[in-house]
Design a protein around this ligand. Structure first.
Ligand code: BES
Ligand code: MN
Ligand code: ZN
Length: 505
């Protein structure tokens, strides 16, 4: 899809359809809508007066324009977007996604979207472009019959009288972010057979080559040299070798004085989680292909970072492995030694995510990370606690946690902090080793984080449990069902906010 910004009169855009945001309780006889009403021969007044559309979020009206000559476009989509004062980046993005999906379904190929938001044109254009790109994604990659092949080829983001340069910059930024979110969604959606740890490393290599990141992939021999007994204990049962993927973005033309600070993203990459010897029930097990979403989120974010070129370095670390039972698999009761030297009693081989993250966190530290945000589809318990609305966040640095929450709020991704008092760590004490890998029935999301905390000492650290939010069981007007790409946009916003602070300092 070609994406353009336009500062001209939206009524004159040479497209098949216009998509216009309508605010709550807007009148047809004043301001913007009056102008549109005049250009369309009174159709807006008719729609508003019929109360078919009141501007409430989700309200829609799709109209054929009679060809009175007031617009080049022959179709008009009016989309309710709620209160004008609440129409910010997240809402603009959703409006654009919903417009794209609705018009695509009508076989429209070229659209001008008119967000009508106030403020920074680059930001508005970015949010709109990003939302539209995210709206294009569908999870039916392997369908061969009755596949909806409809796509929008050209999207114009119309912000009349905006600065052309800002528009262009914003639209490009939005495209990069949207495509990277979809990159993550596509990876998360891949079946385990098409997305082994080796495949993940291969995709990461492509990203590094295409956009300019440095990459290192540790094979199992190197993991052994590093003493990564926790990660290796998970891959032991699988025919597929584990990979530890390291991506690094380094800004150009910068001295190394700022390399004292190194922000790192670490993501769980279990390409299929059967549970191992503690095997899961068959029902819904197919969904465990998405247990590498944390890793896909890191690779997707690094893909965007490489193109957005912020002035600060960023490290991405993805431990990738399958979790399968076999004669070589780790057994409940086994004790393994992590890279940090801590010993772990494996109570349940299905609590594998924390094991691979333990060594990934240690390795990120070894590479100089000073602030780490990790993300993982870590516990089923988080869905019970927070459903698919909020992502759980826990950690040791309240400032970093608040930063993630704020950064998320700005881009429409919600995080809810769970407590991590030291008392919870009692639940993971082992009789035979330093710690054990499960903490019993109570507070499952918290005890998983308490386990990770053991490997994040001496560092500013926050953990995101995305198990409840990384997969959407239902489609929304602005995106398909399936992989959501949660947290990619938040990570990018964290980097951009840190870059701005860095510039001020
Ligand atoms: N990948 C799962 C968590 C999960 C479950 C994600 C359902 C998405 C949907 C994780 O590896 C796991 O199996 N966790 C166990 C931990 C338990 C054994 C302590 C769980 O949540 O049941
Ligand atoms: Mn598991
Ligand atoms: Zn898992």
């Amino acid at each position: 899809m070609e994406i353009l910004g336009s500062a001209g009169n939206y009524l004159e855009e040479d497209v098949q359809a216009l998509a216009v945001a309508v605010f709550k309780d807007e009148k047809a006889d004043e301001g913007f809508l009056k102008e549109l009403d005049t250009a369309t021969g009174g159709i807006i007044r008719s729609v508003i007066e019929s109360e078919e559309l009141k501007g409430k979020e989700g309200d829609t009206a799709y109209l054929h324009l009679g060809g009175g000559g007031g617009t080049k476009a022959k179709r008009l989509l009016l989309l309710g977007v709620g209160a004008r004062e609440d129409f910010k980046t997240p809402q603009i993005s959703q409006f654009a996604g919903a417009a794209l999906r609705a018009l695509r379904a009508k076989n429209i190929k070229s659209i001008a979207i008119v967000p009508r938001a106030e403020g920074d044109a680059a930001k508005i254009a970015s949010a709109a472009a990003e939302g539209a790109v995210i709206g294009q994604f569908d999870p039916d990659k392997y369908r061969t019959v009755d596949k909806e092949e409809r796509t929008v080829d050209r999207l114009v983001v119309s912000i009349p009288d905006a600065d052309a340069e800002a528009l262009k910059r914003g639209a490009e930024r939005g495209r990069i972010i949207g495509e990277s979110v979809n990159f993550t969604r596509d990876m998360a959606n891949e079946p385990g057979g098409y997305m082994t740890p080796t495949d993940m490393a291969e995709r990461a290599r492509e990203v590094a080559g295409d956009f300019g990141l440095s990459i290192d992939v540790l094979d199992e021999a190197r993991m052994e040299q590093e003493g990564m007994g926790a990660l290796l204990s998970v891959s032991a049962g699988s025919e597929q070798p584990a990979k530890l993927i390291i991506l690094k973005y380094t800004p150009r033309d910068r001295g190394d004085e700022q390399d004292k600070e190194l922000l790192a993203f670490v993501g769980k990459g279990v390409t299929f989680d059967s549970g191992g010897i503690s095997i899961k029930p068959g029902e819904n097990m197919e969904l465990m292909k998405y247990d590498m979403t944390g890793g896909a989120t890191v690779i997707g974010a690094m893909r965007a970072i490489a193109q957005l070129k912020p002035p600060i370095p960023v490290l991405g670390v993805v431990p990738a492995t399958e979790n399968l039972p076999s004669g070589k698999a780790t057994k409940p009761g086994d004790v393994v030694r992590a890279m940090s030297g801590k010993t772990i009693e494996i109570i349940n081989t299905d609590a594998e995510g924390r094991l691979i993250l333990a060594d990934a966190l240690a390795y990120a530290k070894k590479l100089g990370a000073t602030r780490i945000v990790d993300m993982a589809t870590l516990t089923g318990a988080v869905s019970i606690a927070l459903g698919d609305v909020n992502t759980a966040i826990l950690g040791t640095d309240q400032e970093l946690i608040d930063e993630v929450i704020d950064a998320g709020r700005e881009v429409g991704e919600r995080f809810w902090q769970l407590p991590l008092d030291k008392e919870y760590s009692k639940q993971i004490k082992s009789d035979i080793a330093d710690i054990k890998n499960t903490g019993g029935r109570k507070a499952g999301t918290i005890t998983a984080a308490a386990f990770l905390k053991e490997f994040a000492d001496g560092i500013s650290w926050a953990h995101l449990d995305i198990a409840g939010t990384a997969w959407g069981d239902d489609a929304k007007p602005y995106r398909s069902k399936g992989p959501t790409g949660i947290a990619v946009r938040t990570l990018l916003n964290i980097v951009e906010r840190a870059s701005r602070r860095n510039g001020e300092a």
